[in-house]
Design a protein around this ligand. Structure first.
Ligand code: GDP
Ligand code: MG
Length: 201
C-alpha cells in the first residue's frame, strides 16, 4: 500500500470540512494568520496601497504595511485526519463590506482578530457576528510593544458576552493559530449544542 492510512486495512476517512472566517480590522494580522497555518499556498490578493486608497485606508498605527488584501485570504488546515478547516479572511476595509454576507454563508464560526492598540477596529466585526448569531472567538494578536491586557479587560472593552472566548495569540505562529482555530471549533460546537437544547426544551 502506498498510503499510510490504508495500511492497516482501514478505509481512508472522508474528512469533515468546516468553514471558518477570519475577521478583524485592517492590518491586524488576518493574512499573516492564514499564511501561518495553511497547508496550501494561501490564495491572497494583495494590492499596493495606492494614492487613491490612502484617504480611506487608515494606516496610522500600522507600521510597515504597504499592501492590502482586496479580495480575501484563503487557506486550509487539517486539524485531524477527519477534520479539515477552510479559512476565509474577510476583507478588512469598510468598502468591502458587501462581500461579508457571501463569505459567511455556511460558516461554522469565526475568529475576530484584535490588536489592543486599536481595539475599536474590530467593533464592526464583533457586531456583525453577534447580529447574525455566528459563533466567534476573539483572538488578541500580541504584537511586540503592545500592552498585554488581561483577557477580561479585552472582554469588557469589546462588551462581549461571557461565553465568547478571548484567546491571546501570535498570528505568525502556527501552533498558536492552531489553538485559536480549535477554540473556534469547540466554541461553535458548544454553541450549537446549547441552541439545540433551547429548541427542544
Ligand atoms: N510583530 C508582529 N507583527 C505582525 C503580527 N501579525 C501580523 N504582523 C505584521 O503586521 C502587518 C499586517 O499584517 P496582515 O496580516 O497583513 O494584516 P491584515 O490586514 O489583517 O491581513 C504585517 O506587516 C505583518 O507582518 C504579529 O503577531 N506580530
Ligand atoms: Mg490582509
Amino acid at each position: 500500500m502506498i498510503f499510510g492510512r490504508s495500511e492497516r486495512g482501514k478505509p481512508p476517512v472522508e474528512p469533515v470540512t468546516l468553514k471558518i472566517l477570519v475577521a478583524g480590522g485592517f492590518g491586524v494580522g488576518k493574512t499573516t494568520l492564514v499564511g501561518a497555518v495553511s497547508e496550501i499556498r494561501p490564495l491572497r490578493t494583495e494590492e499596493l496601497l495606492t494614492e487613491a486608497g490612502r484617504p480611506v485606508d487608515d494606516t496610522s498605527g500600522v507600521e510597515g504595511k504597504h499592501t492590502t488584501t482586496v479580495a480575501m485570504d484563503f487557506g486550509r488546515i487539517t486539524l485531524r485526519e477527519d477534520l479539515v478547516l477552510y479559512l476565509f479572511g474577510t476583507p478588512g476595509q469598510e468598502r468591502f463590506w458587501f462581500m461579508w454576507d457571501e463569505l459567511s454563508e455556511g460558516a461554522l464560526g469565526a475568529v475576530v482578530l484584535a490588536d489592543t492598540r486599536r481595539l475599536e477596529d474590530c467593533f464592526a466585526a464583533v457586531d456583525y457576528f453577534e447580529r447574525r448569531s455566528i459563533p466567534f472567538v476573539v483572538g488578541v494578536n500580541c504584537f511586540e510593544g503592545a500592552v498585554r491586557y488581561p483577557q477580561d479587560a479585552v472582554r469588557q472593552a469589546l462588551d462581549l458576552d461571557e461565553d465568547v472566548p478571548v484567546l491571546l495569540c501570535d498570528a505568525r505562529d502556527r501552533a498558536s493559530v492552531k489553538e485559536v482555530l480549535i477554540g473556534v471549533v469547540e466554541h461553535a460546537m458548544a454553541y450549537a449544542a446549547e441552541r439545540r437544547q433551547t429548541i427542544t426544551t
